[in-house]
Design a protein around this ligand. Structure first.
Ligand code: C2E
Ligand code: CA
Ligand code: CA
Length: 608
């Protein structure tokens, strides 16, 4: 019994120790597990925290972020939902990346994704994204290979670049277009012309380059201001665009200069017709605000390959031809020829000489007598300007006045002529040559000149000439180009007592209604009508002259016939009541000393 108790007691002791050992181990294990659990928890928390941070960054990203895995979009951020116009009925998740790529960019996107899966570096492309509402938006897309939720995936970072692209397009437009008229600018024109010439070379075809310059644009700008000038350019551009064919190129070269490039015209004739239509379209009156403007244009044309092979050569020669067109009386089209180059050199010399023309002392005036048909007496003289150029010789006004009109030089020249002519006539009167009237030609550019009436006044005062002995000649085209200005200026001059004549009558667009409203003294019948007079009274020119004389008399104006060269012309004019004649029949224009001699020898009775 005692033995069994001992065994039992030892067994219990062993069991107790084993239990205690197990409890200790259990406690140790629990502690370890607890420690491990704690560590795992901390890691999980950290992971959760970093995922949250990532989610926040991705969510708040201004770029759209999308992830596609196994052919389906599985993740999109807020910006992506906005950019792709997600709505309750249309969601991005579940679609494929190609579903939101514009059809034209799908092949490229597929290719990029393929290379990424094969291990290529991330790729950035610019393409159009197709939004869920069907609209397209220009985007930059960066695609990269990533692991998402343990799966291989493609991450796309998409940025809307439509604003930048619009700006880029605007900049490109501004770089190639004229801001005022919207047609090509000088740079684009050059580029187009180079391309046209290369094409023409291959096809063996001609190219026409035309330089178009508006006539008297500067005067309109001076008179009405730049706003009206700008409006005028816009209207002219519209008219040109309307007349030209779609294949023709129109560009603004600067100021009032346009360039037209024609390619693939079958013949030179067709080209001429086109330029005729261009000129006709510009000649149509233009109304801006309440002003009706009459504008013409001069065109110079150079042809590839005959007149040049490069854009520079062709433009320079077209420009030279345009100047020739201006010189030959404006409002015409001139094709380039070799004489024009010579003319250009001459023109440059004239331009250079005009800079200090009054200081050079090379200008002088010739006087051409005007003789009364009734009395045979010399009633006056027309002052005709001359320039004795040291290299070019004696220049007629037609050779340099149009050039002087392009700058303000014409105003100082004009003032010089008025002053000198008044002084000369006053001096002749003092010398006993009689009371002569002097006719001075006014240029278009002088009319808007504010100081015109003060120039006239000071010339009259300093010479001591009576105002009614000064006769200002203006062409009817000039008068009609701005009737309001003409009326104002002429009235002011008339109030000073000065006489006013219409020069070259019958050659311009005369408006009889307006003629009546102007304070005129005389009409000068243009020499072309006088020179066309025939023996037959029923001939058209004869009828025109008869009508012009009657018209002038009905308006109570004196009539002067200019360019009278023959006795039969004089006879005809006398028969029909013309008042005065001027022309080689009496005398060519004379230097002052010769005029004075002419007056002394003049016998009135020989003319009656
Ligand atoms: P215009 O006013 O019509 O002047 C008449 C022109 O006819 C003058 O040419 C004169 O020399 C010419 N002529 C005169 N008699 C005859 C004739 O019997 N037969 C022919 N065939 N011609 C004759 P010019 O002197 O070369 O002047 C040309 C134009 O220059 C003038 O035409 C006038 O518009 C302009 N001009 C002349 N002097 C001035 C000036 O001081 N200022 C301005 N702005 N223009 C002027
Ligand atoms: Ca004249
Ligand atoms: Ca004349």
């Amino acid at each position: 019994m005692q033995i069994r108790d001992d065994i039992y007691t030892r067994q219990l002791g062993r069991e107790k120790r084993a239990r205690e050992e197990a409890e200790r181990l259990l406690e140790q294990k629990s502690r370890e597990l607890y420690k491990q659990a704690n560590e795992r928890n901390r890691a999980l928390t950290a992971l959760a925290e970093s995922e949250e941070r990532y989610r926040l960054i991705v969510e708040l990203s201004p770029d759209a972020i999308l992830i596609e895995s196994e052919g389906k979009i599985v993740f999109v951020n807020h910006t992506a939902r906005l950019l792709f116009k997600e709505s309750q009925s249309r969601t991005l998740k579940g679609l494929s990346v190609l579903d939101i790529t514009a059809p034209q960019n799908r092949a490229q996107a597929t290719e990029v994704i393929k290379t990424l899966i094969q291990g290529a570096d991330p790729r950035q492309t610019e393409e159009f994204a197709l939004r869920l509402d069907g609209s397209l938006v220009e985007v930059s897309v960066r695609r990269a290979f990533v692991i998402f939720a343990g799966q291989p995936a493609i991450q796309m970072v998409v940025r809307d670049i439509s604003v930048r692209k619009t700006l880029e397009k605007q900049l490109a437009y501004q770089a190639t277009h004229d801001t005022l008229t919207g047609v090509s600018n000088r740079a684009a024109l050059f580029a187009h012309l180079s391309k046209s010439l290369a094409e023409a070379k291959n096809l063996g075809q001609p190219v026409w380059v035309a330089f178009l310059d508006l006539d008297r644009f500067k005067q309109i700008n001076d008179r009405f201001g730049h706003r009206v000038g700008d409006q005028l350019l816009i209207i002219v551009t519209e008219r040109l665009t309307h007349v030209l064919r779609r294949t023709d190129m129109l560009g603004r070269f600067g100021g009032d200069e346009f360039v037209i490039v024609l390619q693939g015209c079958p013949t030179g004739n067709t080209t001429s017709d086109l330029f005729e239509r261009v000129m006709a379209s510009i000649r149509e009156p233009i109304t801006i605000d309440s002003n009706t403007l009459h504008v013409g244009c001069s065109i110079g044309v150079a042809t590839y390959p005959g007149d040049g092979e490069t854009p520079d050569e062709l433009l320079a020669n077209a420009d030279a031809a345009m100047y020739r067109a201006k010189q030959s009386g404006r409002n015409r089209c001139q094709f380039y020829n070799s004489d024009i180059q010579e003319q250009l050199v001459k023109r440059t010399r004239i331009e250079m000489g005009l800079v200090d023309i009054l200081d050079r002392g090379e200008l002088f005036i010739e006087y051409q007598p005007q003789v009364s048909i009734e009395t045979g007496m010399v009633s006056g003289a027309e002052a005709l300007l001359r320039w004795e150029h040291p290299e070019l010789g004696s220049l007629t006004p037609n050779e340099f006045i149009p050039i002087a009109e392009e700058s303000s030089t014409i105003n100082s020249i004009g003032a010089w002529v008025v002053r000198n002519a008044c002084n000369q006539i006053a001096q002749w009167e003092r010398e006993g040559l009689g009371k002569l009237r002097v006719a001075v030609n006014l240029s278009a550019r002088q009319l808007p000149e504010l100081s015109l009436s003060s120039i006239v006044q000071s010339a009259l005062i300093s010479s001591g000439l009576a105002p009614d002995r000064l006769d200002l000649e203006l062409t009817e085209t000039l008068m009609m180009s701005d009737i309001k200005l003409t009326q104002e200026t002429l009235l002011e001059l008339k109030q000073q007592g000065v006489q006013i004549s219409v020069d070259d009558f019958g050659t311009g667009y005369s408006s009889l209604v307006y003629l009546q409203t102007l304070p005129l003294s005389s009409l000068k019948i243009d020499k072309q009508f006088i020179q066309a007079l025939q023996n037959d009274t029923k001939h058209t020119s004869n009828k025109i002259v008869i009508t012009l004389i009657k018209l002038a008399h009905s308006l109570k104006l004196r009539v002067v016939a200019e360019g009278v060269e023959t006795q039969s012309q004089l006879h005809f004019l006398r028969q029909h009541g013309c008042d005065e004649i001027q022309g080689y029949l009496c005398s060519p224009p004379l230097r002052a000393a010769d005029f004075s001699a002419f007056m002394k020898n003049h016998q009135p009775q020989a003319w009656c």
